[in-house]
Design a protein around this ligand. Structure first.
Ligand SMILES: [Zn+2]
Length: 456
């Protein structure tokens, strides 16, 4: 039995596969407030068991993980497939054309919360397994399915889950489908993410606001202290000047740098599209290099003193700035936090540094990892076009739990249409993309049989 038989099976079963997705879409699973999450986990497990996957709904300190095993070939490699069955809240409900949890087909698309993000995509992975099973009795590799119930709420308990279930998750590679294809319509193979550390710096002056005439030049102004401090952290060319900040940045190898440089982009169009006449200052000129290989020090909020109408002549009591830092391999959020604290202690000892939220380390699967070429060729085989290879994306996802805790390479191939409207009203999955997602998943399963076992 060959991949072509499996693809033919998918083509003639696509209507059944689409209608089998509907019950899962109809079941709400909003992790932000818990609506329907447990019920959705149970339903997903039932569907997976029906397709011959040994499945457990595993409780965590948050929402449950649905963990499935189709692992009957000890001699073959094992692929760990990650997705999430939870969804974003549906507000504003009035902005939806049809009710958010009533899957509705219009113009060749399924409209429903979760259709694209991520139930439709995880279902595509499962349908590829169904097709292999129907045609060949089983897939040519072992498959482990790990479906998260709180991805939309930050996957808070995923690292602990992975640590505690390491034995049940032993694999040769991890594979994820989330997000849209490239805006050009081409498929993407993405290998990494930046990390994240969020901070607040607070400068304290006198115990209350004071008259800026009676006390000006006498009392310290925390707003100036903060501005002066920020000026020591980044120069006008955009170079981050926190001592030791770049020590652990690992520059990309030549092939990886070339891959980023070869990606299609027009910085001019980009500026026009976003209504700006310049890019952020940065010594590194490359467009994607800025997103993939360089950390950021972003000011996301500044607050001090008076912001009402007219003038109010005060020396404010406090000033605060919110910062988020996107980190690149091999920067460690805890180390960077310490470097920021040391820098602040040296330049503005009165300023307090606070961490906000949980930090996420960066992750990047090497371009020359065998799994990358295998997935690339599989995507090309069924789509007819070479995918765009993204050594990293600019955002943050918990890839590190796979690449660092489990120590397996991770490759991502998003299946959704570029206008999926994820997180928004009228979220939708184009049926042609759903079908192609199943075909890609089937081809990846086929190609993974050639993956060297235990490559890391
Ligand atoms: Zn999402």
């Amino acid at each position: 039995m060959s991949l072509n038989d499996v693809l033919a099976y998918i083509d003639h079963s696509i209507e059944d596969m689409t209608s089998d997705l509907f019950p899962l879409l109809r079941q709400p699973s909003i992790s932000a407030d818990g609506t329907g999450v447990q019920e959705c986990a149970d339903l997903l497990a039932t569907i997976m068991r029906r397709d011959g996957i040994t499945t457990d709904v595993v409780p965590t300190a948050g929402h449950p993980v649905v963990l499935g095993h189709a692992t009957t070939r000890p001699e073959a490699p094992t692929l760990l497939v990650y997705g999430h069955y939870d969804v974003q809240p549906v507000d504003p409900v009035d902005a939806w054309t049809s009710p958010p949890f009533q899957p509705t087909i219009r113009d060749g698309r399924i409209y429903c919360r979760g259709s694209a993000d991520n139930k439709g995509q995880l279902f595509a992975q499962l349908m590829a397994h169904r097709a292999w099973r129907a045609v060949a009795g089983s897939a040519p590799i072992n498959l482990i399915y790990l479906f998260d119930g709180e991805e939309e709420s930050g996957s808070t308990h995923l690292p602990d889950f992975i640590r505690h279930h390491r034995g049940a998750l032993a694999a040769d590679a991890a594979y994820v489908s989330d997000g849209p294809v490239d805006e050009t319509g081409r498929y993407r193979v993405a290998l990494g993410v930046r990390g994240l550390l969020a901070l607040e710096l607070v400068a304290h002056g006198a115990a209350r606001d004071y008259h800026s005439g009676h006390f000006g030049n006498l009392l310290p102004n925390p707003a100036w202290e903060l501005v002066d401090l920020l000026a020591t952290m980044r120069d006008p060319d955009g170079r981050i000047t926190i001592d030791g900040f770049h020590d652990d940045v690992e520059p990309p190898d030549t092939a990886t740098a070339d891959a980023a440089r070869e990606l299609p982009v027009s910085p001019g169009d980009f500026q026009t599209r976003h209504g700006v006449d310049r890019l952020a200052p940065m010594p590194e000129p490359g467009f994607f290099e800025r997103l993939m290989f360089h950390p950021t020090l972003n000011i996301s909020g500044l607050q001090s003193g008076y912001a009402g109408a007219g003038s109010k002549t005060i020396i404010p009591a406090t000033a605060a700035v919110r910062l988020d830092l996107r980190l690149v391999v091999r920067q460690d959020p805890d180390v960077i936090y310490r470097r920021v604290c040391e820098h602040v202690a040296r330049h503005a000892p009165h300023v307090e540094v606070r961490r906000i939220g949980g930090a996420v380390p960066p992750s990047r699967t090497p371009l020359d990892s065998p799994v990358v070429g295998i997935v690339e060729k599989a995507v090309e085989k069924v789509t007819g076009a070479a995918p765009l290879v993204f050594p990293s994306t600019g955002g943050t996802l918990p890839d590190h739990v796979f690449t660092r805790i489990l120590g397996v390479p991770l490759v991502k191939v998003p299946y959704a249409n570029a206008d999926e409207a994820n997180h928004a009203p009228d979220e939708n999955l184009d049926l042609a993309y759903f079908r192609m997602g199943i075909r890609i998943a089937a081809a990846v399963i086929d190609a993974m049989a050639r993956l060297p076992k235990k490559e890391v």
